[in-house]
Design a protein around this ligand. Structure first.
Ligand SMILES: Nc1ncnc2c1ncn2[C@@H]1O[C@H](COP(=O)(O)OP(=O)(O)O)[C@@H](O)[C@H]1O
Ligand SMILES: [Mg+2]
Length: 457
């Protein structure tokens, strides 16, 4: 390190060198805001060069929550080469140091550093040494013997640190932690002068560390704010789109019903198997599909579906009604139905119409997944642990759900079907939430299983 290798002949020379060093140190710290780099620069400056200030330096930061000192970094003279001088290397007053990312990662990879980083020192349970640095904010000098029974001294001794000195990191009224130094190779005594100089450096370091921490906090707050704003804008936009969709769906529904009605009337009058009959049939089927889609959109975009028609509903009855409604698609797809409704009664408090919608959607999805036949198994049973909860399980043999899509199937508008709306499961989830229930999907055997939980009345 610049200025350190020249021997000091007298006190004035030494003081001048130290002053230049301090100046260079503070210029260096002012130019760095990244906490990680800052800590490496600080410890490297303390241990760098052929005649370093100290052979090893360790940084511990105060964790206010756990009231511990947390090891952050350890640098030894062996790994502290390569401080880069930026500016004129001949003039310490117009230059600063820098450190490369490669040196930083090399320092980080040493065993010494890893051991420091794994160290936690309980401040309250410590002996006078740590207490003096952390509570009374004063420096610790090596001449004093460390306490054999102290856990803090022991954790340092375990790091091979026996004779050492430590100074607090003071910034304004706060104690941010401590820097400890030692000379294990030469065994050179750390003088009180050395220690006072270390305290000067540590004060600069503490200020820089605090600034960097504050900067990080501002950055984090800024990024949180940006995220929140984006979410808000997106939410507002979605709400506007939803409102427009609802309006559109509402406007479209009436003419569609008229078209469907006329198409069905035409079907009755036209000769079957004629071309016109086929056309009218297509119109009628497409209108049905569009109507269903509009109903889904209207259901989903209506304000939260809090049910006002709370009543005692029999789940078994609701399911049986659903089977009846779905009998055509189930038969068309050659799907056999297996049910198991032992026990009961399965009474829940809720809106029967909405609950029917839940099971209809699940049964239709299952039937759509088994277009070339299969088995639909529907069962009702009590939850294993919670006897106040009923689990309705709807299982198919339609090949299941791709694991990549599992997370998204309940998202509104997520669909893998060419003519799907992607609203079925989103509606299901919302209705169940309003009934204090829940739903989960999984793959089982040759298909998917949806388990609905509802609190029993
Ligand atoms: N029983 C099931 N088997 C396989 N995939 C399913 C099943 N139920 C739902 N899915 C998947 O979840 C997606 C979303 O379902 P849903 O919200 O009902 O919308 P849609 O049926 O209109 O596609 C479906 O497109 C499908 O990929
Ligand atoms: Mg669906």
């Amino acid at each position: 390190m610049e200025g350190q290798s020249s021997p000091c002949h007298n006190t004035t020379d030494k003081k001048l060198t130290e002053l230049a060093l301090l100046y260079q140190f503070s210029t260096t710290l002012l130019s760095t805001i990244r906490l990680n780099k800052l800590t490496h620069l600080i410890l490297t400056a303390l241990t760098s060069g052929s005649s370093p200030l100290f052979e090893r330096a360790m940084l511990f930061l105060h964790n206010e929550k756990s009231h511990t000192l947390q090891g952050m970094l350890g640098v030894t003279n062996g790994t502290s080469e390569n401080l880069i001088v930026v500016g004129s290397s001949a003039n310490p007053l117009s230059s600063r140091w820098d450190i490369s990312d490669e040196v930083i990662s090399r320092q980080r990879a040493t065993e010494f550093c890893n051991r420091i980083r794994a160290t936690r020192i309980d401040i309250d349970g410590s002996c006078d040494i740590i207490n003096r640095v952390m509570t009374r904010n004063s420096l610790f000098h090596t001449d004093e013997a460390s306490n054999d029974n102290c856990p803090a001294c022991n954790s340092l001794r375990n790091l091979g640190v026996t004779v050492f000195a430590a100074v607090p990191l003071l910034s304004r009224d706060k104690n941010l932690g401590m820097i400890a130094v030692d000379n294990p190779l030469s065994g050179n005594r750390i003088t009180l002068d050395d220690l006072h100089f270390l305290q000067l450096l540590a004060n600069q370091a503490a200020m820089a560390i605090e600034n960097s921490m504050l900067y990080n906090r501002i950055e984090e707050a800024h990024s949180n704010l940006r995220d929140a704003r984006e979410r808000l804008v997106r939410g507002e936009r979605l709400a506007a789109v939803g409102e427009m969709a609802a309006k559109l769906a509402h406007e479209l529904k009436n003419p569609l019903i008229t078209i469907g009605g006329f198409a069905r009337r035409l079907l009755k009058t036209l000769v079957s198997n004629s071309r016109e009959h086929r056309y009218a049939d297509t119109i009628s089927k497409e209108v049905d599909r569009l109507e269903k889609m509009l109903t889904d959109i209207l259901t989903f975009s209506s304000k939260p579906m809090i049910c006002f028609n709370y009543a005692h509903c029999d789940l078994e009855e609701i399911l049986k009604e659903c089977f009846e409604i779905c009998s055509a698609p189930l038969d068309d797809n050659n799907i056999s139905l297996v049910t198991s409704f032992e026990g009961g009664p399965w009474t829940v408090l809720g809106d029967a119409h909405q609950l029917k919608q839940v099971f209809l959607n699940l049964i239709l999805n299952a039937s759509e997944s088994m277009e070339s036949g299969g088995t639909l198994t529907v069962s009702l049973k009590k939850a294993v642990r919670d006897k106040e909860t009923v689990i309705v399980s709807i299982r198919d043999t339609g090949g299941g759900i791709h694991p990549d899509m599992m997370k998204r199937i309940f998202d509104p508008f997520f669909t893998t079907k060419p003519k799907g709306t992607g609203l079925g499961l989103a509606i299901v989830k919302r209705i169940l939430m309003n009934h204090n229930g829940a739903i989960e999907a999984a793959n089982q055997d040759q298909g998917a299983v949806f388990r609905v939980r509802l609190p029993l009345a």
